[in-house]
Ligand binder design. Structure first.
Ligand code: NAD
Length: 488
């Protein structure tokens, strides 16, 4: 059992220094046992302005370094993630409530994201062509300037790594606003980046909530904003940042549908569906939320019930983020029950011995859910799955397509033909075939459809290279004898 230790006060990080000015006015609570582990400043627009000034000052020197020089820092940084794996894993664990294995997987994924970032010089080879005799055109990718990244609570280590390595390697400088619920991993990230040799001012952190986000969206010297969080806030941020003429990509919430057919391998399907719904306590934007059982799938549901009952909260199931989250999730289950659904496994009123102050919800399987119920439509963000029955493929697809969201969808079958139909017809950005959490691994990019994402392109991979850069086109003539470019 881990020790939930008090952590140093969280401070803003501006120009390579931890800033003492911010007023520490919010407690950071470990959801594992409900104890206060640190405090956080709720910063203002003035703090954002200080960080933007530092980032702006650092930009000319940072952006004029060669790719090779910038990348060396991220080679060293990736090694530091590996070296400090145990400490970083425990930090995620105590601030977010994950199991050790889940928290470690998050840091490992951050290392993979750095591996993509250090490969960017191999991907970007700028184009040059002789367009008329002696006249040459070239196109180069240039950084935007000061950019911002706003992150949610559910992946304190990994989600910041979706944006920071790529944006910085590409020559931008950044102001980061982590979730006020889990700022500790981002603070550690700043320390390790400095240790890896990142110049001061290139990466800055401003802690807080709504006011910081609004100031970022309004600041005239911020060129681009990336956001990850709920759909409600993604819409606010996307509208505000773009109305201030900034680039924005804003990833929102999810309601992922898993379509299960009777011919699916029962053991593999049951364990995949349950792992997808309970992993990270269901607080993953890729988590299974609705299982569409097509035709006769009772034998698979029976196995899911056995699997779910073997899960022990506090051991192989972490906590949810807060007392409010626990209350919200339990209210969804009670509402479904009152609406006539059958609770096959009930995770309400779960407590963990020795951690009575923690926020635990056990695995919950709700059967005979209809598409008008809130548990079929809304994001619950807990270890809960709603089973909706469908008679055939067409009805199953109609149910999936009926969701406002569109992050992920998956199909479980042994039929290639059925799988192909779902791959083509599901309205989601990331599709799994016999995989419950179809997160694309690097270099494949991450991003959903519909109300799960606003803006063009994805947040990682090649798409992010487009997002964090602009093209400069140059036409050159050195040879005085050369004929002029026909457009000149
Ligand atoms: P959230 O939207 O509440 O918060 C995200 C960020 O927005 C935080 O930094 C927060 O301080 C800020 N914020 C909150 N309310 C705000 C407001 N009114 N105005 C301006 N800023 C505000 O999300 P969360 O609860 O931290 O994270 C969970 C959500 O994130 C879920 O909906 C989940 O699906 C989603 N998520 C999506 C993805 C994805 O890739 N699509 C990935 C991870 C999480």
């Amino acid at each position: 059992m881990e020790t939930i230790t008090k952590q140093p006060q969280v401070k803003n990080y501006i120009d390579g220094q931890f800033d003492r000015n911010g007023q520490n006015s919010m407690d950071i609570i470990s959801p594992l046992d409900g104890t206060v582990i640190s405090t956080l400043p709720l910063s203002t627009g003035q703090d954002v302005d200080k960080a933007v000034k530092a980032a702006k000052k650092a930009f000319p020197a940072w952006s004029s370094m060669t790719f090779k020089e910038r990348v060396q820092i991220f080679f060293r940084y990736r090694s530091l993630l590996e070296k400090n794996m145990d400490e970083l894993t425990n930090l995620v664990r105590i601030e977010n409530g994950k199991t050790y294995g889940e928290a470690k997987a998050e840091v490992e994924k951050s290392m993979e994201l750095c591996e993509f970032a250090v490969s960017i010089p191999q991907i970007i080879v700028n184009e040059v062509q002789e367009v008329s005799k002696g006249v040459e055109c070239r196109i180069e990718r240039k950084p935007l300037g000061v950019v911002a990244s706003i992150t949610p609570f559910n992946f304190p280590n990994m989600v910041p790594h979706w944006t920071v390595p790529n944006a910085l390697v590409l020559g931008n400088t950044m102001v980061m606003k982590p979730s006020e619920l889990v700022p500790l991993s981002t603070v550690r990230m700043a320390e390790l980046l400095k240790e890896a040799g990142l110049p001061d001012g290139v990466f800055n952190i401003i802690n807080g909530g709504k006011e910081v986000v609004e100031s970022i969206c309004d600041h005239p010297d911020i060129e681009a904003v990336s956001f990850v969080g709920s759909t409600k806030v993604a819409k606010i941020v996307y509208k505000r940042a773009t109305s201030n003429l900034k680039r924005c990509v804003a990833l929102g919430g999810a309601k992922n549908h898993l379509l299960v057919f009777p011919d699916a391998n029962p053991e593999m399907t049951a364990s995949n569906v349950v792992a997808s719904m309970v992993g990270c306590a269901g607080q993953r934007c890729m988590a299974a939320s609705v299982m569409v059982g097509v035709d006769k799938v009772q034998h698979i549901i029976d196995k899911m019930v056995i699997e779910a009952k073997n899960i022990v909260p506090g051991e192989n199931l972490g906590s949810v983020i807060s007392a409010e989250a626990k209350k919200r999730i339990e209210a969804y289950i009670s509402e479904a029950e009152a609406d006539g659904a059958t609770i096959l496994v009930d995770g309400r009123n779960t407590a963990v011995k020795g951690k009575e102050g923690g926020y635990y919800v056990g695995p919950t399987i709700i059967d005979h859910v209809t598409t008008d119920m809130s548990v079929a439509r809304e994001e619950i963000f807990g270890p809960v799955i709603s089973i909706v029955r469908a008679k055939d493929l067409d009805e199953a697809i109609e149910i999936e397509n009926g969701s406002n969201y569109g992050n992920a969808a998956a199909v479980f079958t042994q039929s290639g033909g059925l799988a192909k139909q779902v791959m083509e017809r599901a309205s989601a950005g990331m599709i799994g075939v016999n995989i419950g959490v179809p997160v694309p691994r690097e270099p494949f990019s991450f991003g959903g459809w519909n109300e799960s994402k606003f803006g063009v392109g994805d947040i990682t991979g090649r798409s992010s290279i487009e997002f964090w850069t602009q093209n400069k086109k140059t036409t050159v003539k050195w040879n005085p004898e050369a004929r002029t470019n026909w457009m000149s």
